[in-house]
Design a protein. Sequence first.
Length: 129
Amino acid sequence: MRKSSLGRTLRYFARTVLCVTALFWFGFAMLSGAENDFEGILSNLPNTLPWLGFFVVVYMAFRWELLGGALVLSAGIASVFFFSAWTSPAVLLGISLPNIVAGAALVACGRLDPPSRDAGISGWRNKAP
């Protein structure tokens, strides 16, 4: 089955947004409270644990678009309430909105281009040698 152009565009857009968002916030969490030396970065590593969890969700979104997209969408909606994002446009635009948009795009992509029956669990076709 041929994948649609819209589905492919949504997939690349959502994956790019997720990777950029996850890498930016992971780096920000790691370096924000660090001092000028390497010990400051090491002492600040516990702040990156939530973003490592987000990397797991991003991996799931790469592997299983519909499930991962639903998780990313749920995380984006939960972040609106957790961070009180409606009171701060920077938080809304920097954390919540990219996750909501990318999650919705992945859910739409998963509905537009579902994996074929012979694709297996990962969505990739098994090619015979």
